[in-house]
Design a protein around this ligand. Structure first.
Ligand code: ADP
Length: 672
């Protein structure tokens, strides 16, 4: 059976990625979108699009009937679920079949078999796949589980059986903490997954997370496409993945691959799936769970096996035989993926949201692939919504070997310019620059063990950053006064700002970065303003060349002391964000004509860190507060964020009440 039209029951980068393969195969595509996504890239890319309701996924992307209706209405003959949302929902797979639609994924029975971590472990035990030692039975009373934990030996890990995304997990170091951790895990599991069943495992000390990509067809063929090492995690969630796993012996690779295929065969698996293992220092491996869908990190496997897994999923769904055999598959080079997230690494990787003010990916770079659901353009104004996953893009690089892949990814990240919500880009750059990462000393504890190196306090801005900001402000001033044609950019008539009958007036720009205040002055020279003289923060004088920014698709393009600089600047009141390859700098511009800079900093106004709901106000009007005291708690994206007092003071005004929805930067409280 040939599939001619696929509805993609997802959004963001995975929807865009599936559409790309469909286009190549000549299959037409239908996107679905919530009200929040009407302008989204996946909608623009698809051949047709159907609105399926309000922004919350519960009312749109998770509503099976709406998606199936959309497929019927548009004449789609198959549904690709992507990952997340309904991808691992057996009822959805059944509902598709009932509606006469091909579900591009495994049979409902296989989804069900691997749906709960406890049942999956029981099943794998029978199939002879090694497990992390633990208890995964039905009994759930505290006393019994505590006794099991003792048997296993502390530390143990309590896991929600229905869990995912690292939620509903608690590490317990000793018996005295068990009861509280169990209650916490159950609460989170109930709230997150509607099911508080838990299992207990031995908590392995610094293991590696190594997972196997498997593929099976309806004819009984099943293969493994080698492994991915996903040890670099924060909050038990992946942030960097690579293939193959560095240093893995051929013997273990084969053993793990065969165990994964055995797991797939045990449940009559069809399509793409991933079997996740923990690997200890002696290369013992233990089954954790199987994900019955495509994974976020599938591109690294595609790059090293030279396959298109989405194409293969479609072929298998059409009833075809796998296009590869185990013997025909090989590993070519090395691939690494990083996930660029709207999140704040300095604040325990708190997810963020907001409008993307600037987004530029490396262009035309060899061996670099970018999978994204938001637009690449300096003026792109796509939004990372609080309603969905805060991933902005996956940046994936390939190389002949691991070192080459790291080098390619490093330069790709250097060339990626992003501003708007807080992102983890600087963190990712540091990760790739880490010596221990280069030496492949990988473990799930890597980030915690390298906190000092990966999450240092904010680094001071380099002098050149201030000079570039000054030149950018200078150029903008010139531009504003310029009424002519861009072709006349170098004409003396374009600018009258600093015109003097004799000589030129000097512009002074003062910036502040932390405690440091620096001054840069710019003096136009001659009739042409393209070569002003600059006095650097260290008082050195130099002539610079300013090119028309219009020619380079950047905000500025200048040559200083023989070095060329390009980049983008964003200004929000007194805040300057300066993006240039390898740097994301933020500092304050003390604009003599601008509004009082006290309004920007240290003025006692406390604002919401992200859009969300106020869940607690901890102070009363007129109360005296101490520096560091929690004042207001805002909940966003299922996490709580505490706004604390920046200094001692008295609460002068409270502008928020429990239950209020607040937007980012909304003023919550002011303190005198
Ligand atoms: P989820 O489905 O929520 O992602 P997983 O079971 O896949 O949960 O585990 C997520 C991560 O938690 C793993 O990649 C690993 O880093 C860590 N982890 C899980 N089980 C153990 C364990 N028994 N010992 C040590 N770390 C573990």
């Amino acid at each position: 059976m040939l599939i001619e039209k696929i509805l993609i029951a997802n959004r963001g980068e995975i929807a865009c990625r599936v559409i790309k393969t469909c286009r190549r195969l000549g299959i037409s595509t239908v996107a679905v979108y919530s009200d929040a996504d009407a302008e989204a890239l996946h909608v623009a890319m698809a051949d047709a699009a159907v609105n399926i309701g309000p922004a919350p996924a519960r009312e749109s992307y998770l509503v099976m009937e709406k998606i199936i209706d959309a497929a019927k209405k548009t004449g789609a003959d198959a549904i690709h679920p992507g990952y997340g949302f309904l991808a691992e929902n057996e009822d959805f797979a059944k509902a598709c079949a009932k509606a006469g639609l091909v579900f591009i994924g495994p049979p409902a029975s296989a989804i069900a078999a691997m749906g709960g971590k406890s049942d999956a472990k029981a099943l794998m035990e029978k199939a002879g796949v090694p497990l992390v030692p633990g208890y995964h039975g039905d009994k759930q009373d505290e006393k019994f589980l505590k006794a099991e934990a003792k048997k296993i030996g502390y530390p143990v890990l309590i896991k929600a059986s229905a869990g995912g995304g690292g939620k509903g997990m608690r590490v317990v170091e000793s018996e005295k903490d068990f009861a509280e951790a169990l209650a916490g895990a159950k609460r989170e599991a109930k709230a997150g997954f509607g099911d508080d069943h838990v299992l207990i495992e031995k908590y392995l000390a610094s293991p590696r997370h190594v997972e196997i990509q498997v593929f099976a067809d309806t004819k009984g063929n099943a293969v493994y496409l080698f492994e991915r090492d996903c040890s670099i995690q924060r909050r038990h969630q992946k942030v960097l993945e690579e293939a193959p796993a560095p240093g893995l012996s051929e013997a273990t690779r084969r053993k793990m691959g065969e165990a994964a295929v055995a797991a797939a065969k045990a449940i009559d698996y069809v399509g793409a799936g991933t079997v996740e293992f923990l690997l200890d220092a002696k290369e013992n491996f233990y089954f954790m769970e199987m994900n019955t869908r495509l994974q976020v990190e599938h591109p690294v496997t595609e790059l090293i096996t030279q396959t298109d897994l989405v194409e293969e999923q479609i072929r298998v769904a059409e009833g075809e035989t796998l296009s590869f055999t185990q013997d025909g598959l090989g590993i070519h080079g090395h691939a690494i993926e990083v996930r660029l997230y709207a999140e704040d690494p300095a604040n325990n990787f708190l997810p963020g949201a907001g409008r993307i003010e600037c987004l530029q990916f490396p262009r035309g770079a060899d061996n670099v692939r970018v999978d994204t659901g938001v637009r690449e353009s300096a003026s792109g104004k796509d939004v990372i919504s609080i309603h969905y996953d805060p991933m902005i893009a996956k940046i994936i690089a390939w190389g002949e070997d691991r070192a080459a892949a790291i080098a390619n990814l490093k330069s790709a990240l250097d060339e990626t310019l992003v501003a708007g919500p807080k992102t983890n880009i600087v963190f990712l750059r540091r990760l790739l620059a880490s010596e221990d990462f280069a030496a492949a000393k990988l473990s799930t504890g890597f980030i915690a063990a390298h906190e000092k190196e990966l999450l240092p306090p904010k680094q001071p801005v380099e002098d050149i950053g201030f000079v570039l900001a000054a030149l950018d402000l200078f150029i903008r001033r010139e531009d504003r006064s310029f009424k002519g044609d861009m072709a006349d950019w170098e004409s003396p008539w374009r600018s009258l700002v600093n015109w003097r009958l004799e000589g030129h007036a000097t512009d002074e720009y003062v910036f502040r970065d932390g405690d440091r205040e620096v001054k840069v002055s710019v003096t136009p020279q001659g009739d042409y303003h393209a070569e002003p003289e600059v006095v650097m923060p260290d008082s050195r004088r130099t002539r610079v060349t300013v090119y028309s920014p219009a020619y380079v698709d950047m905000d500025f393009s200048v040559v200083i002391d023989g070095t060329a600089y390009t980049g983008v600047t964003l200004r929000d009141g007194a805040r300057i964000t300066l993006l240039r390859p390898g740097h994301n700098d933020e500092f304050t511009y003390l604009d003599p004509l601008g509004y009082d800079e006290a309004e920007e900093e240290g003025d006692g106004k406390l604002t919401a860190p992200m859009p969300g709901k106020v869940v607690a106000v901890r102070v009363d009007l007129g109360a005296a507060v101490k520096k560091g005291q929690p004042l207001v708690i805002v909940e966003a994206m299922k996490m709580e964020h505490t706004v604390i007092a920046p200094a001692d003071g008295v609460v002068e005004a409270i502008h928020a009440a429990v239950g209020d929805q607040v937007h980012e930067k909304y003023e919550l409280i002011s303190i005198k």
